[in-house]
Design a protein around this ligand. Structure first.
Ligand SMILES: O=P(O)(O)OC[C@H]1O[C@@H](O)[C@H](O)[C@@H](O)[C@@H]1O
Length: 323
């Protein structure tokens, strides 16, 4: 596929103190959202992909591989959008084509009921090309709003509408493939998925039930937790930081760390980078989403990073998870 072409000049909505449009060659145009102090989010038009989320100290909260490569290959890190297919569940390329396409700024999105206090946001849109329609013969409009909240929280809201004129419904699977930056994977715990059923991608997608306490990491993990709770906590002990992941419209949650062997086999991933990342991906995998013509689905990802020196009991993940 030809490398993405430079984007057309940004529409009016981009001239705001909270938002900067940065042009770059090779389809690497990006939008930067700026919040309080050093909070920021960077979004690449290629892939509609968040590639950076910084807190008010300017610390990077998402993992991006030092070996991430340029379009038209997917960018290893940030929050790739997996659509219309998660993984290899279908006849499209792994994780579908949305992450490998040039998205556009949507300068006239349908109204979205959001917190009016949020000023730093951008609306993107993806529609299928002629080539896409040959691979996946369905017309759709995929609108994505990325917003940086006043407290530095990050939210992604996807709205996917079936615009088929031939009366045909379509079904898809989906994930926000979120790469969290962690200090040391062996010091990380995930709360909220204990006792849940999961499909183990390392055991032929066989179904198992998770043990009764927090998930810890000592080897490669590639699991799709089914009907997972709407809130999951990722506790980074060394960093004294807890990521709180909330999801709406997305029943499942994928947890992935490639560990050493697979890390070495990935060209766009450093051999030891598995120690400093964890993917927790709100998703719809087990049960594909089906839309009739005219129907729209909404799926939301909410991310916040809270200080948590857990040992001092300052933040009890269960309180975070269950309010
Ligand atoms: O290398 P990709 O296509 O970005 O996929 C990375 C991983 O993505 C995860 O979501 C899948 O569960 C893994 O099976 C896969 O290896």
């Amino acid at each position: 596929m030809a490398a993405a072409t430079p984007h057309s000049p940004p529409p009016q909505q981009l001239s705001s103190p909270f938002l900067e449009y940065i042009r770059a060659p090779g389809g690497l145009d990006k939008v930067v959202l700026r919040g309080r102090r050093s909070c920021s989010v960077e979004i690449r038009l290629f892939g509609g992909q968040v590639t950076s989320w910084k807190n008010d100290h300017g610390e990077e909260l998402l993992f991006v591989s030092s070996k991430a490569i340029k379009p038209p290959k997917p960018f290893r890190g940030g929050i790739p959008i997996c659509f219309p297919q998660f993984g290899t569940q279908g006849n499209l390329e792994q994780h579908g084509f949305a992450r490998n396409r040039l998205w556009a700024i949507d300068d006239n999105p349908p109204p979205l009921p959001v917190n009016p206090a949020i000023k730093a946001f951008v609306d993107l849109i993806l529609k299928p090309s002629e080539d896409d329609l040959k691979m996946w013969p369905h017309s759709f409009e995929f609108r994505l709003r990325i917003a940086l909240g006043a407290g530095g929280d990050l939210s992604l809201t996807s709205r996917i509408r079936n615009t088929n004129t031939d009366g045909r419904p379509f079904s898809y699977t989906f994930a926000y493939h979120t790469y969290f930056s962690v200090s040391d994977i062996s010091e990380v715990r995930v709360e909220g998925l204990e006792t849940m059923d999961y499909l183990d991608n390392m055991k032929g997608k066989e179904r198992f039930t998770e043990q009764g306490d927090a998930i810890v990491f000592e080897s490669e993990v590639d699991k799709v937790y089914l009907a997972a709770p709407s809130k999951v906590a990722i506790i980074d002990h060394d960093m004294r930081r807890t990521f709180v992941v909330t999801k709406e419209g997305l029943p499942d949650a994928v947890v992935w760390n490639p560990w050493d062997k697979k890390a070495k086999a990935m060209q766009d991933f450093g051999d030891s980078e598995y120690k400093h990342m964890l993917c927790v991906e709100p998703a719809a995998v087990e049960k594909p989403i089906t839309l009739k013509p005219g129907e729209e689905w909404k799926g939301r990802l909410g991310l916040s990073a809270v200080p948590s020196s857990y040992c001092s009991g300052q933040l009890d993940p269960l309180k975070v998870l269950h309010g």
